[in-house]
Design a protein around this ligand. Structure first.
Ligand code: NAD
Length: 434
């Protein structure tokens, strides 16, 4: 595999309401699409479809706070592409959420769902809020009002939300209940990532981290990197980062550095996972964990390691940080953690990147299993889930790897090539209405 052409100028957006830069999420996505055009053959005619969301809804979410005052929050639900099936993608609660970010995340969901061949389009939602500042009751009121507002475009056959940053099974339960109350149904299939008692699936909570591990295990095998003793650095120790870390430790690796919103810690001998997980549960983050050296945030990128797992937010691996990464393998647990200029630098330095659009697809794959189980009202064992997940991830990665080898392109461009071909074939076969 070799590097794709360099990209440094701002991508052109055909839309009037976003102004992407080369490193912004939507700008990054547009550049990734441009890079795949040479591999699309006659389907390149339809590529404009991918450069604009099908539908973008902005909603006002007024709620009464516990002190009796009224607060307004801005929420979004974007359906990027529905050619291959209903929309599917998570909901993020974060103070930095913007329409542009949600558009990019929804577009990456279109690519991801097609890359693992799930019968879904891509969608994403978010609320611009710091949920840590809300009480549980306020969080519930905000979630329910948001669900009601986006209720006009979601549904088990239309668009199925799921957890993302700062959202969890409890929030999915409130969403499912609100939608069900509004439609006079018990619509378990309207969201995934639900609690088990409400039609949730075994294995869903850790599925994204498991997918990161499975693609990492396969990539490591192919480049001759032994997981026994492998040093792993993880940014973001939430659902994705901590689940992936646990599996790498079980496979013989050691977690030498962890960074989250509360701090950065280092231990060359590897952290004890159960102690670290217990600390994070109590303290809300890795900051203050005694069994490690405290590092300055920027020093995280210089830590000697074999595998780097960005599992926090977008835009973390900048060009400047990409020059310092010591790992041989980067596993993108987060969505959009590497900007295009950094991608080029990593490729030039011979560092293999397993891109988000395949690496973190384990979560949506088990969400798909959950949705199928809800429809059939027949539930699988955790072993069945994990075996099927492993098989789908390994098969999808193999197809992508073969495509990368055939065209001598990066795994990211190969994933886009496989996915865009599937999406645009569906687009062409369905035709334009009217
Ligand atoms: P989470 O809320 O459980 O965890 C997020 C983690 O990121 C936390 O440890 C937080 O402290 C850390 N973080 C936040 N801001 C940070 C900063 N500025 N610097 C360093 N760390 C920071 O979220 P999650 O579900 O684990 O999602 C993490 C990433 O994985 C996101 O990009 C998300 O879109 C992606 N993802 C999640 C899923 C899923 O199933 N949850 C699926 C696919 C992709």
């Amino acid at each position: 595999m070799s590097a794709t052409p360099a990209a440094s100028s701002a991508p052109l957006s055909p839309l009037s309401f976003v102004h992407p830069t080369p490193d912004s999420p939507w700008g990054t996505y547009l550049m990734q699409v441009d890079r795949v055009v040479p591999y699309l053959g006659h389907l390149a005619r339809w590529v404009e479809t991918l450069k604009r969301p099908k539908r973008a809804l902005i909603v006002d979410i007024p709620i009464e706070l516990d002190d009796g005052s009224v607060a307004h929050f801005e929420g979004y639900r974007v359906q990027h592409n529905l050619s291959r099936g209903p929309g599917k993608g998570g909901v993020r609660y974060h103070p930095d959420v913007t329409l542009e970010e949600v558009m990019a995340l929804s577009a990456w969901m279109s690519i991801k769902n097609a890359a693992v061949n799930l019968p879904y389009g891509g969608a994403k939602g978010g609320i611009r809020v710091d949920p840590k500042r809300l009480s549980k009751k306020e969080l519930e009121r905000m979630t329910r009002r948001y669900t009601s507002e986006i209720g006009i475009i979601i549904g088990p056959q239309q668009d199925i939300p799921a957890p993302d940053v700062n959202t969890n099974p409890q929030i999915m339960a409130w969403m499912m209940d609100t939608y069900s109350m509004n439609t006079g149904t018990t619509a378990t299939g309207v969201v995934t990532g639900k609690p088990i008692h409400l039609g949730g699936s075994l294995g869903r909570v850790k599925a994204t981290g498991r997918g990161v591990f499975v693609t990492g295990r396969e990539a490591a095998r192919r480049i001759g990197l032994d997981l026994q003793g492998a040093r792993v650095a993880v940014q973001g120790f939430g659902n994705v980062g901590s689940s992936a870390a646990e599996l790498f430790v079980q496979a013989g690796g050691k977690i030498v550095a962890v960074q989250d919103h509360s701090g950065t810690i280092f231990n060359g001998d590897g952290f004890d996972m159960s102690d670290l997980l217990a600390h994070v549960k109590d303290a809300g983050g890795v900051g203050g964990f005694a069994a490690g050296e405290v590092l300055d945030g920027e020093a995280f990128w210089d830590v000697p390691c074999d595998i780097l797992i960005p599992a926090a937010l977008e835009g973390q691996i900048t060009a400047q940080r990409a020059r310092r990464v010591t790992a041989r393998l980067v596993l993108e647990g987060a969505n959009g953690p590497t900007v295009p200029t950094a991608d080029d630098i990593l490729a030039e330095r011979g560092i293999l990147v397993v891109p988000d659009v395949i690496c973190n697809a384990g979560g949506v794959t088990v969400s798909y299993f959950e949705w199928v189980q809800d429809f059939s009202s027949f539930f699988w064992t955790e072993d069945e889930i994990n075996v099927r997940l492993d098989k789908i991830m390994v098969g999808a990665l193999k197809k992508i790897w073969d495509t990368a080898d055939r065209h001598q392109i990066t795994l990211r461009t190969a994933t886009f090539a496989v996915a865009c071909e599937r999406i645009l074939t569906a687009r062409e076969e369905r035709g334009l209405y009217p």
